[in-house]
Design a protein around this ligand. Structure first.
Ligand SMILES: Cc1cc2nc3c(=O)[nH]c(=O)nc-3n(C[C@H](O)[C@H](O)[C@H](O)COP(=O)(O)OP(=O)(O)OC[C@H]3O[C@@H](n4cnc5c(N)ncnc54)[C@H](O)[C@@H]3O)c2cc1C
Ligand code: FES
Length: 273
């Protein structure tokens, strides 16, 4: 990494797609055409002049070289400003930061992606990485859950993944009269419906904090051991590079030592999950 870890590098919005009323997908390229050089699961700090910075996961695969994608949910000052950007507008990017998914380690293994809500964003980067290098990996299965059907992200891509037979969808609840041909219930209800070999499968979980405990319990019930489970943690962050302590959990800096962790290594860390 060079000075881009401390100083935002100017970048341009090449394309913008509103996925829902609050989530936007941005295709971004650096003005000097440098590649981002990230790994799936890493994040960048997006800076908006006069407003601030926010950590955002990279949504695209490193196999896409000429640009990268971020999916932003408008929740506060910075993310609302990003949400309102137009094609051709400029922003600053620091990073990529953190430890993502260890793609070398995962080679040859079956992969079970478990995505809750916005958790699909960092996992999408890994999903495309695996699809683009499919001969290096075993079988892949994606479980994706949302509260209600209209909250699903990347709907066109979900159709493609369904055609390939690799995705199962669930919604916590469905309004009367709404069309939904998939599972209804929390995501743990899907875990019990898929077949896998617990000895060779590795689970990759990203979702809201409440989800982890129950999903891990259901994976353990299906005989998946703790060291076959990877999670991505979300904490308030500022610097993104292990200096300010905002993201610290005891001795662990989530921005630098994570956000992706093997569950076996953090399961006894108080307040990690
Ligand atoms: C490693 C990492 C990856 C992330 N990836 C994404 C992503 O891909 N897409 C995306 O939309 N968001 C992502 N987030 C969350 C995003 O960083 C926060 O939503 C953002 O920082 C909020 O900033 P704001 O100025 O818009 O909101 P603020 O005005 O600061 O706050 C608005 C609300 O959001 C809450 N909030 C602020 N920061 C965080 C935070 N870090 N975590 C949880 N709640 C927060 C506040 O408590 C408040 O309720 C990620 C966070 C981390 C740590
Ligand atoms: S965000 Fe500063 S130490 Fe992690």
């Amino acid at each position: 990494m060079d000075g881009s870890i401390y100083l935002p590098v100017p970048a341009i919005i090449k394309n913008k797609q509103e996925l829902t009323h609050r989530e936007t997908l941005l295709e971004i390229a650096f003005l000097d055409d440098r590649p981002l050089g990230h790994m799936p699961g890493q994040f960048v700090e997006v800076s908006f002049l006069g407003i601030g910075e926010a950590p955002i996961s990279v949504a695209s695969s490193p196999t896409k070289k000429e640009s990268f994608e971020l999916c932003v949910r408008a929740v506060g000052n910075v993310t609302k400003a990003i949400h309102n950007l137009k094609t051709g507008d400029k922003i600053g990017i620091r990073g990529p930061f953190g430890k993502g998914f260890d793609t070398e380690f995962l080679k040859g293994k079956d992969l079970l992606f478990i995505c809750g809500g916005l958790g699909i964003v960092p996992l999408r980067s890994l999903i495309y990485y695996v699809l683009n290098n499919s001969s290096d990996f075993g079988q892949m299965t994606i479980l994706y859950g949302c509260k209600e059907p209209h909250e699903l992200l990347f709907k066109d891509e979900l159709v493609d993944w369904a055609d390939r037979g690799i995705i199962h969808l669930t919604a916590d609840r469905v309004a009367p009269g709404e069309h939904w041909y998939h599972n209804i219930g929390v995501i743990t209800t899907l875990v019990n419906k898929v077949d896998f070999d617990p000895a060779n499968i590795y689970a990759l979980i990203v979702g809201p904090p409440i989800m982890y405990k129950f999903v891990i319990l259901s994976l353990n019930e299906r005989k998946i051991p703790d060291d076959h489970i990877f999670v991505s943690l979300e904490r308030r962050m500022k610097c993104g590079l292990g200096k300010c302590g905002h993201c610290q959990i005891n001795g662990v800096y989530v921005c630098r030592d994570g956000p992706v962790f093997n569950y076996q290594e953090i399961k006894n860390l108080p307040e990690a999950l």
